[in-house]
Design a protein around this ligand. Structure first.
Ligand SMILES: *[C@@H]1O[C@H](CO)[C@@H](O)[C@H](O)[C@H]1NC(C)=O
Ligand SMILES: *[C@@H]1O[C@H](CO)[C@@H](O)[C@H](O)[C@H]1NC(C)=O
Length: 357
């Protein structure tokens, strides 16, 4: 009972997990002039601070290793992969949040995050957390393109939009908040049907961005969902172990994303989509954390490390670990800053292996 109450509350603050990101502009002939991120908490750099939602990370211990120790809304101890991608491309060291009124359109011209912690590909997933749906995020991007044209002129805005890197990191919440843990959708869809539904939503989003002028899109696959500390904690059959069934769900979903990438590269003129395999990378890190300089890959840094995320992380600071760099996860679902930096490397490195144009 306690566990289920706790879990509800944990998930009320959880959201989306891992990864996502954009394109290896470093290897493109023309360096990317901007990075745009869409998705969930893995790339929300603070948008949820400005909407009514419980999915917020703007209090300690979040942000404790961020510049100035500020809790910006990022669900980690420091920066996210979207920030590191922007940094690696020589743009801003941290990606601004679209809804933050502190930024003018001129600040946002080299990149912005439209993401919202708790968002899923499925609108219902986003609604569970009162997060912004992916459609709303794309509406904001459309609005942004208009503002950019007014601020920079049509030609300059077009250049930015067509050469930018677009990072999508979304989908974990659909399984964690919605299908696998709380089977909101489980009554209506079989697993293959739900996966097909989600992939169709991803396709619609990429097509919308392409229609607005985006070309280089990095679709970050799901992480090994079953190895998130929270999933280990609630694994009733083998407590403490990864939930292999949930890992297989993530893997089969990722297989569908790979096929989507091939299909859209074929169908959309000039599109350069890349699938980013964070599953294999994170699985390797989780299996042998010491090879990557980590000490712990089974617990998060905050609290007991097994179940806390969101406000639960702020309750007992005495338990929070000393050095988050030793931990793969900062809370029971979100990576630490160091892990995000490694994921960003994978995003930046990933290039199209099959060019159709
Ligand atoms: C989500 O809602 C928007 C706006 O109502 C709609 O256009 C879109 O098709 C919906 N997405 C899915 C996956 O149902
Ligand atoms: C990305 O490439 C750099 C340079 O080759 C390498 O050091 C780094 O390990 C790569 N990152 C990943 C995650 O593959």
């Amino acid at each position: 009972m306690l566990i289920s109450t706790l879990l509800v509350s944990v998930l009320a603050h959880a959201y989306a997990i891992i990864p996502a990101n954009a394109f290896a502009a470093a290897r493109d002939k023309v360096p990317a002039p901007a990075v745009f991120a869409f998705g969930d908490s893995t790339v929300d750099t603070g948008n949820n601070n400005f909407i009514q939602t419980v999915a917020r990370g703007n209090y300690p211990p979040y942000g404790r290793d961020y510049a100035g120790g500020v809790a910006t809304g990022r669900f980690s101890n420091g920066r996210l992969s979207a920030d590191f991608v922007s940094d690696a491309l020589g743009l801003s060291p941290s990606l601004p949040a679209y809804l933050d009124p502190a930024h003018t359109i001129h600040h946002l011209a080299s990149g912005v995050s439209f993401a919202s912690a708790g968002a899923g590909l499925d609108n219902i997933t986003s609604q569970i957390m009162s997060a912004m749906t992916l459609s709303q995020q794309i509406d904001h991007f459309r609005e942004y393109t208009e503002k950019l044209k007014r601020a920079k002129g049509e030609a300059a805005a077009r250049h930015i939009i067509s050469h930018a890197l677009y990072v999508f990191s979304i989908g974990s919440s659909d399984f964690l908040q919605n299908y696998l843990v709380f089977p909101v959708r489980g009554y209506r869809f079989s697993l293959p049907e739900y996966q097909a539904y989600l992939v169709a939503a991803a396709e619609a989003a990429v097509r919308a961005v392409h229609k607005l002028g985006g070309r280089a899109v990095k679709l970050v696959g799901l992480p090994p969902l079953g190895c998130l500390p929270l999933e280990r904690a609630v694994n009733l059959r083998r407590p403490g172990d990864c939930n292999e069934m949930h890992n297989m769900v993530a893997m089969s979903f990722n297989g569908r994303l790979v096929r989507l990438v091939a299909k859209l590269n074929w169908e959309l003129a000039g599109a350069r989509l890349v699938y980013v395999d964070q599953y294999t990378l994170l699985s390797a890190i989780i299996a042998k954390p010491w090879e990557y300089g980590f000490e712990n890959s089974v617990r998060g840094c905050c609290g007991t490390g097994y179940v806390e995320t969101g406000v639960l992380c702020s309750l007992d600071s005495a338990l929070t670990c000393g050095n988050a760099d030793n931990y793969v996860f900062f809370d029971a679902v979100h990576p630490s800053e160091r892990t995000y930096k490694i994921i960003a490397g994978a995003i930046v490195n990933a290039t199209t292996s099959h060019l159709f144009h």
